[in-house]
Design a protein around this ligand. Structure first.
Ligand code: PLP
Length: 419
């Protein structure tokens, strides 16, 4: 380990809260990013196959220029009139079905989900929320209580259902998903809790990356509606073209969402989040003070968000997500049945590669070794799932087939070295 990295780690430990964790046994120090590449201080290039936040690529020149231009002109907030925030809302709302017709801007996905939960409580008069068993929906008090994967206890009015796991038990959990949602809502009622929302990340990212059959997803949403609950589509992971079929995960399945929450990929690394929702839900919401977010929807944020949408369109990134994602999965599928790899799944540029074994602890340790081995080969990926045995591959949407080849080649070498 270099002296610089050691020194940085010592200073981090001294000045930052221990809640900050680094990736990898040998942490990486980056000083520059461009497209799908990250560079360390010695100029070594790392292939970024992990960071969805930089959706259109690290430091995309169009996004950087839009940010710099607007930052040099004006940055205020939504208490003053400005055209860019309205332009951005209008452009986003044109991408969702017409019953959804209003936007609220925040800085993070957690805030977006937090406000969505408040709106759902306000609109339904209920407090009960259903999430999947290993979901992650954010770091505020309300969203942590709905993020079992974060390790906090679930709130008393919350219920979990198994994610629609497409792999184990021949996908039984997919068929069971709508019934499980109904049962959870009924259980709330039986305990005197009125249902308020079904909150789902339609890529089931923390649960292990599942892209289930659309029929089951639609039926689950309908079940929530039958109980008077709203459907909140958390697009922080599947949104902005990640699944390679339009901009949004909920539209991939044709789910009727009442509230769509946005985050990570919207700002290509800059703090942008928000909600798109049905107008009637927010009539009278926050009637005393409204909802104000100091930075959410400011002119610079709006300029960045618009620039990101420009790039997605002008570079054909949704099609690229679909085509390169399919190519990548086809290459990864070549490992299936070897080195303990039992399943390769996903949609667009969101891939999960699951390891299986009789001894879960050993399988988890092996998955960790593969992730660290890839890092040594200068390819960045991670792991997810309830047992941390699923490789999580989720590069910027500008990833090409040549990048996919490099990833597959490195993974082959690491698998041979490790297993
Ligand atoms: C599905 C999902 N929802 C919400 C969040 C929270 O977003 P943020 O970290 O921007 O608050 C995350 C973050 O990882 C997420 O994955």
């Amino acid at each position: 380990m270099s002296a610089t990295i050691e020194n940085l780690q010592v200073r981090r430990r001294r000045f930052l809260s221990p809640t900050y964790q680094t990736f990898y046994e040998e942490p990486v120090h980056f000083v520059r990013g461009e497209g799908v590449w990250l560079y360390d201080p010695d100029g070594n290039a790392y292939l970024d196959a992990y960071n969805n936040v930089v959706s259109v690529g690290h430091c995309h020149p169009h996004v950087v220029a839009a940010l710099a231009k607007q930052a040099a002109i004006l940055n205020t907030h939504t208490r003053y009139l400005h055209d860019l925030v309205v332009d951005y809302a209008e452009r986003l709302l044109a991408t969702v079905p017409s019953p959804i017709g209003r936007a609220i801007f925040t800085c993070t996905g957690s805030e977006a989900n937090d406000v969505a939960l408040r709106v759902a409580e306000y609109a339904t008069g209920g407090t009960g929320v259903v999430v999947t068993r290993w979901a992650y929906h954010g770091g505020t008090m309300a969203t942590t209580a709905l993020s079992p994967s974060a390790g906090s206890p679930l709130g008393p009015h919350h219920r979990t259902v198994p994610a629609p796991d497409t792999f184990h038990d021949n996908g039984k959990a997919v068929a069971d998903f709508p019934g499980n949602v109904s049962a959870a809502m009924q259980d709330m009622l039986d305990h005197g809790v009125k249902p308020s929302a079904l909150l789902i990340d339609s890529a089931f990212s923390s649960d292990g990356i599942y892209i289930p059959d659309a029929t089951a997803m639609r039926a689950a949403a309908q079940a929530a509606h039958r109980f008077g609950a709203l459907v909140i589509a958390d697009e922080v992971q599947p949104g902005l073209g990640r699944l390679g079929s339009g901009l949004w995960g909920f539209r991939h399945y044709g789910i009727e969402a009442d509230i769509v929450t946005l985050g990570k990929p919207m700002g290509d690394g800059h703090p942008l989040g928000g909600l798109l929702l049905k107008p009637e839900l927010v009539e009278g919401f926050g009637s005393i003070e409204g909802y104000f977010n100091t930075y959410g929807g400011n002119p610079v944020a709006a300029a960045v968000g618009l620039a990101v949408l420009d790039v997605v369109e002008s570079e054909g990134l949704i099609d690229n997500s679909r085509d390169t994602g399919a190519y990548l999965r086809q290459g990864l599928a070549g490992f299936r049945g070897r080195h303990g790899i039992a399943d390769v799944r996903g949609a667009g540029l969101y891939c999960g590669v699951e390891f299986a074994g009789d001894d879960m602890a050993a399988t988890k340790a092996m998955t960790k070794k593969i992730v660290n081995g890839m890092r040594r080969h200068r390819v960045l990926i991670s792991a997810c799932g309830e047992s941390d045995t699923v490789l999580k591959i989720r590069p910027p949407l500008s990833f090409t087939k040549a990048h996919a080849d490099q990833l597959i080649d490195s993974l082959g070498q690491v698998l041979r070295e490790t297993c």
